[in-house]
Design a protein around this ligand. Structure first.
Ligand code: G6P
Length: 488
């Protein structure tokens, strides 16, 4: 049985590293800097641990244990690779994970490609991960599997006779029963989840959906308890089911956003785009982010509220992602056409350009400066597990004078609904009205709203997330487990 002070084995599809091949043919791996790695680092360092995952490359020379050892040097944990063949990348990663689970769990079943051969490769790759875990884990370790690519990993471990203590966190939403029922492998996937000892969701909405699916599809299941963590029993198995909204490293974002360098870069942005409010959208290239509808809403706002013309500029940053999947490739050209069309309609030559479009990832200084400079943040996904851009944006508002326009279908809305202007991302006029309302909002109201959101983001930061998840994994008595504030 895993011990509360045993090692942590983190397993995710992608390792937290960036691997590049230099002109001399040498591969260089640098440690990743995302929220998950920041949160888990102290725990991995204290307890010792391993991170198992795909190095993100099919180049046989990169992604080796030696290359990864460079990136892990001094971090206190080791990085161990699971390599994927081209066929596995196509059918497991791009196929089952990103052409079936991703769109279905984000309520877009018509975007799914239910290709039968994907399932077999999905289970085969999950078995690969299970074998890597067995090779490296001891019975005292807690195995913590991350996200939708690896739902079947615990089931594969059980098939290999492992009785390890295995926890799972789903970073994306869990769909409603009606949608889940469309999945040809619905029974197998749900049963696979029940092979974990703890399943964590982002929000109460996701946990409710999951329990409704369990009650409908698993005949002998019983669900007990109340509060943040429930217990499901089926046959001999007992599974804990909780909701743990993921957060950001509030302290790090707030401190860095307050530096002179960021203030200077933010001031420069206002100097370059003077006498107007800046509206910011930052998204990974993804059809779930609602970028097209958001652009239409911006256009609608410019048409219906002429006062906005030349008094606002939308900076839309799109970070390249999954470009080998046709739906993503198509989306990029649709966004670029629409940006061109709106700019063509409203640009004043030699003067105001309504949309500044950036297609690349921003370096950290620019990202913080854009967050800090923008008076209005537009975060309008059609559906999102959490959406950390919303949290990062509020945190970087050092003067606490910004307005967040947030989709009611982002997981973050459960926590930020008292401070944000909530919108339905399918309602173009409603979003346009919200843009105008944000533009017109007085300073006192902005401050009151954003202050409230920043306190919540600070209270439930990413360290709180890791702590509360690990407590749920190890708590003896679930009744003693604290209840998260209502509505979260
Ligand atoms: C989402 C998923 C993550 C994933 C990330 C980037 O946030 O929840 O698991 O790593 O997107 O996507 P990619 O396909 O590049 O790993």
């Amino acid at each position: 049985m895993a011990k509360a002070d045993g090692r942590l084995i983190v397993v995710s599809n992608r390792l937290p590293v960036v691997i590049t091949k230099g002109a001399d043919g040498r591969c260089v791996a640098t440690p990743g800097s995302g929220g998950l790695v920041t949160a888990l680092l102290p725990v991995l360092r204290d307890r010792g641990g391993i991170w198992i995952g795909w190095p993100g490359t099919s180049d046989p020379e990169c992604g080796t244990e030696d290359v990864l050892a460079q990136a892990a040097a001094g971090t206190g944990y080791s990085l161990l690779p699971v390599t994927l063949s081209e066929d596995e990348i196509e059918k497991f990663y791009m196929g089952f994970s990103n052409e079936i689970i991703w769109p279905l769990f984000h309520d877009l079943p018509s975007f799914c490609n239910f290709e039968p051969s994907y399932w077999e490769v999905y289970t085969q790759v999950n078995r690969k991960y299970a074998r890597a875990i067995i090779r490296h884990a001891t019975p005292h370790d807690l195995i913590w599997v991350q996200d939708y690519h690896l739902i079947d990993t615990a089931a594969e471990l059980r098939r290999l006779n492992s009785d390890a203590h295995i926890a799972f966190f789903l970073h994306i939403p869990f769909p409603s029963l009606d949608l889940f029922l469309k999945l040809p492998w619905r029974q197998a996937l749900l049963r696979a989840l029940l092979d974990y000892d703890l399943i964590g969701f982002q929000t109460l909405r996701d946990r409710r959906n999951f329990i409704q699916c369990l009650r409908t599809l698993i005949r002998d299941v019983q669900v007990y308890g109340k509060g943040q963590v429930l217990l499901a029993r089926t046959g001999q198995r007992e599974v804990r089911i909780g909701h743990f909204p993921i957060g950001i490293d509030y302290g790090a974002f707030a401190n860095q956003a307050a530096t002179e360098a960021v203030a200077a870069r933010a001031a420069e942005l206002h100097r370059l785009l003077p006498n107007r409010q800046l509206i910011l959208g930052i998204d990974r290239l993804d059809y779930t982010k609602g970028i097209l509808l958001r652009l239409q809403a911006f256009r609608n706002a410019l048409m219906r509220y002429p006062k906005l013309r030349s008094n606002v500029t939308l900076i839309q940053v799109v970070v390249p992602s999954r470009e080998h999947i046709p739906k993503y490739f198509d989306l990029r050209s649709q966004i670029e056409q629409l940006v061109g069309r709106i700019n063509g309609e409203f640009t004043q030559p030699g003067g105001w350009v309504p949309i500044h479009y950036v297609f690349r990832s921003l370096d950290p200084l620019d990202l913080l400066a854009y967050y800090r400079a923008a008076e209005i943040g537009l975060v309008t996904p059609l559906k999102d597990g959490m959406n950390l851009v919303a949290k990062e944006y509020c945190t970087c508002s050092i003067e606490e004078d910004c307005v967040l326009i947030l989709s009611e279908f982002a997981g973050a809305a459960a926590q930020l609904r008292h401070g944000a202007l909530l919108v339905n991302p399918f309602d173009i006029e409603g979003m346009a009205d919200a843009i105008y309302r944000a533009y017109s909002m007085n300073r006192a109201e902005r401050q009151r709203r954003v202050h409230r959101m920043r306190r919540e983001i600070q209270r439930r930061d990413v360290f709180w997330w890791v702590d509360s998840f690990l407590k749920a994994a190890f708590a003896r008595n679930l009744d003693a487990f604290p209840v998260v504030a209502a509505g979260v």
